[in-house]
Ligand binder design. Structure first.
Ligand SMILES: [Mg+2]
Length: 358
């Protein structure tokens, strides 16, 4: 692909609601939109500021701008760009994700294929959960009611600050939804190993699909201890970054599943490298997100559709936005669908882009 032009747009969007998890509280969605133009078509991507990789819009912009000269007027191969960028900027996977997603969108458009088709995947709606942040039981149930009415069939509850309250909220949600709705839990490293083991023991019989990252991300030994101690599947999220850490988690059997986020692994190229690892070890995965606009969430939908080993999706970041920024990503009966247009199948709405450029 011959690249003619590349531009970046930092966005700052006040979320519709405050989002509290064990590691902190978020008020805004901060993303950098990437626009690449080549051979008469335009591809769009987006990278998200986030606390997990410690990237900000400023850091994302600065390394992308610096890399610009490696792309302009060059005939690029996505895999080579990915490796080169990562070598130069090892601590900036979200910046890389923004660029990599834009290049995939462009490639799909140039080849007349939807992005998942580039990897030989399937065209399916992706069931996503909706996440309830840390809040009291009354608010939890109010949010739950709203989400069920919107059609969600899976609910993720953030826990990890107070085990007693967490267990009460989980119990209340399970009683309210009956047995038809899937419940996922995410502790965001909030428990000690002993607490996490105790927590999982007390959850047995509640029909919990999985618990994400109960303990500190650096404590792989502790995470493995929790995993071995319970029948509830344990998911590595913060402990799981790129494909190298996926390999380690699979080899050492640290967790039952991994949470793939495009912002942690450098976009679709990085995501596909993780898929190759988990398919080799026959490990399952979920695909998750940060606070992101639809452009990168659509990319995650395509990644989901590229592998049968990806079983769950937590792709609800865009529901926090005050209004849609893109056309083409739709939500129906609990599932996300991208349009059948080539590339990612979503388009940023120009007026919206203008409205939120910081
Ligand atoms: Mg998580």
């Amino acid at each position: 692909m011959l690249i003619d032009e590349i531009d970046f747009y930092p966005l700052e969007i006040e979320n519709e609601e405050v989002f509290k998890i064990a590691t902190g509280t978020s008020f805004t969605t901060e993303n950098v939109v990437v626009r690449v133009e080549g051979e008469g078509k335009v591809g769009w991507g987006s990278g998200a500021s986030n606390g997990v990789t410690q990237e900000t819009n400023g850091s994302i912009l600065s390394c992308l701008k610096e890399f610009r000269s490696e792309l302009i007027s060059k005939d690029v191969d996505i895999e080579e760009v990915w490796s080169e960028f990562r070598e130069m900027n090892p601590a900036d996977p979200s910046a890389l994700a923004g660029l990599d997603i834009a290049l995939h969108d462009l490639k799909g458009k140039l080849e007349g294929e939807r992005v998942f088709e580039l990897y030989g995947g399937k065209d399916e709606g992706v069931m996503t959960d909706r996440t309830i942040g840390i809040m009291d039981e009354k608010e939890t149930l109010e949010h739950l009611k709203e989400y069920l009415e919107s059609g969600f069939k899976a609910i993720k509850i953030k826990v990890g600050l107070d085990m007693k309250k967490d267990l009460e909220r989980i119990q209340a949600v399970r009683e309210a939804v009956g047995s038809d709705i899937e419940i996922y839990l995410d502790a965001n490293q909030g428990y000690s190993v002993e607490e996490a083991k105790d927590f999982c023991d007390r959850l047995e019989g509640h029909g919990i699909e999985f618990v994400e990252q109960p303990v500190d991300e650096e404590d792989l030994k502790g995470l493995k201890e929790v995993t071995k101690n319970t029948s509830i599947p344990i998911v590595a999220d913060e402990s799981m970054k790129g494909h190298e850490s996926a390999e380690k988690i699979c080899v050492e059997e640290v967790a039952d599943m991994v949470n793939i986020k495009l912002m942690k692994c450098g976009g679709l190229t990085g995501g596909r490298k993780i898929v190759e690892v988990i398919e080799r070890y026959d490990v399952e995965a979920m695909v998750g997100c940060m606070l992101e606009i639809e452009q990168s969430l659509a990319a995650a939908v395509h990644l989901f559709n590229s592998s049968d080993n990806i079983k769950y999706a937590d792709l609800d970041g865009h529901f926090m936005l005050p209004e849609p920024l893109c056309r083409g990503l739709t939500f129906e009966s609990g599932k996300l669908f991208t349009s059948d247009r080539p590339g990612l199948g979503v388009e940023l709405i120009p007026e919206k882009l203008e409205r939120y450029v910081a």
